[in-house]
Design a protein around this ligand. Structure first.
Ligand code: NAD
Length: 399
């Protein structure tokens, strides 16, 4: 088994529905008014528990103002779960997730578990099976840099005077990471060969294109599909499918195509030429990390991984997590920036609860706190900085 994890074969059987094409954004199906949000909290390792604690305080305070009750249910995942239960994704954790409306994830991994076999390492043995189990095929990663923080970006200020604002939609459950055959073998002549398989079905490309269309509709209606159609068969199918699908279902969207090598260059040259980027798993992994770098600190970037399954309120089930990792260099020192975790929580309220106004308020509070000068070290540029807890307090004061 690819993940060495018993969950990867057992898919979550919630109610599945097709993404509607007529909603304004990725917001919600607006099925029912939510008064209680039960969500799984998996803080993980390193800075995970610190930024999660700050985020939960902010979310709880924000929810109270709207009469929404939060019921976070904490469970172990990653290195901490290996230490306590012998597995990065224990049965009990998966059960907590299955009974929840969404998952708020911290981050997992660290030096302590680096020498485990690759299949047992926290990220691979916890996060990837969660994605697979809940069929979280769509990763929505905003690349957002406030104009006030342009010094955090390695790009020249004149290129990003108004900040950066784009979204990457990455296919998350297909392509090279999951395709079979996959493996390493010794050849008869003593050489060694490793194989990964890049495979996509038309239906998989269509469903991620729907998410990208919905995202583009809620923004500037510009979609750039990134592939390598000059070399890869997969990309030829990708490009044709995206072209046909957009023409048939969303002719108002301005669609362009770009080879991935060019996209990597263009992102570094002029990121704001993009509105929404749509791409497959491997290319999205690389481009979204490049996006994180040009947007400054990983401590500011959130993400959502969405699937087809609905939660009990008729909104989409999703996993929400910061873009960064466990930051072992600053873990346990009250130095980590909690904004990415808070913003991931806001995305959860938006996509898994349909609470757009509340999500907007939290996002505005984060921005206001940062703009007014309350900043953790990663975005203070040598100026006065505050700790994780104080940053969380400042966000709450700006709600
Ligand atoms: P990292 O993202 O943890 O850290 C990279 C740099 O960014 C570090 O200097 C760190 O201090 C800084 N940083 C990250 N988040 C920050 C925050 N919230 N506030 C301030 N600074 C922040 O990446 P890494 O060092 O390559 O990986 C460390 C561990 O995290 C590894 O074990 C890796 O496997 C794991 N990881 C987990 C996830 C995940 O759980 N989704 C993602 C990436 C890496």
């Amino acid at each position: 088994m690819f993940y060495g994890n018993s969950f990867s074969d057992r898919k979550f059987r919630g109610q599945v529905r097709k993404y509607p094409l007529n909603y304004g954004g990725l917001a919600s199906y607006n099925q029912s008014l939510m008064t209680t949000l039960k969500f799984a909290v998996l803080p993980g390792d390193g800075i995970g528990p610190e930024v999660m604690a700050a985020a939960l305080e902010v979310l709880t305070r924000a929810a109270e103002t709207e009469g929404l009750t939060l019921e976070p249910r904490e469970a172990d995942a990653g290195g901490v779960a290996i230490d306590r239960h012998g597995s990065a994704l224990p049965d009990e954790t998966l059960r907590v997730c299955e009974k929840s409306d969404a998952i708020l994830f911290g981050s997992v991994g660290g030096p302590k578990w680096e020498n485990l076999p690759p299949k047992e390492q926290p990220e691979r043995a916890a996060l990837l099976p969660l994605r697979k189990h809940f069929s979280l095929f769509a990763n929505v990663r905003p690349g957002l840099l406030y104009p006030e923080l342009i010094d955090a970006s390695p790009l020249k200020a004149e290129r990003i005077r108004d900040g950066i604002d784009l979204v990457c939609i990455r296919e998350l459950t297909g392509g090279l990471y999951f395709g079979q055959p996959k493996g390493t073998r010794e050849l008869e002549d003593g050489d060694v060969e490793a194989v990964d398989t890049m495979v996509y079905k038309k239906s998989e490309i269509e469903r991620i294109t729907e998410v990208a269309i919905a995202t583009a509709r809620s923004r500037q209606k510009r979609l750039c599909s990134v592939d390598k159609a000059n070399v890869l068969e997969n990309s030829v199918l990708w490009r044709k499918t995206v072209t046909d699908y957009v023409a048939a279902h969303a002719p108002e969207i301005e669609l362009s195509h770009m080879y991935v090598d060019n996209a990597a260059m263009q992102l570094a040259r002029d990121p704001n030429q993009f509105d929404v980027i749509l791409t497959e798993n491997l290319f999205g992994d690389i481009l979204s990390d490049e996006m994180a770098v040009i947007c400054g600190s990983l401590g500011m970037l959130s993400s959502a991984s969405l699937g087809l399954v609905e939660n009990r309120h008729g909104h989409r089930f999703g996993l929400y997590e910061p873009a960064g990792g466990t930051a072992p260099d600053i873990a346990g020192k009250d130095l980590a920036n909690p904004c990415a975790q808070v913003l991931s929580g806001a995305m959860m309220l938006r996509f898994s609860c349909g609470l757009d106004a509340l999500a907007d308020r939290i996002e505005a509070a984060v921005r206001q706190a940062v703009v007014s000068g309350t900043r953790t070290g990663d975005i203070a540029f040598g100026g006065k900085s505050v700790g994780t807890r104080e940053m969380g307090q400042a966000i709450m004061e700006n709600l």
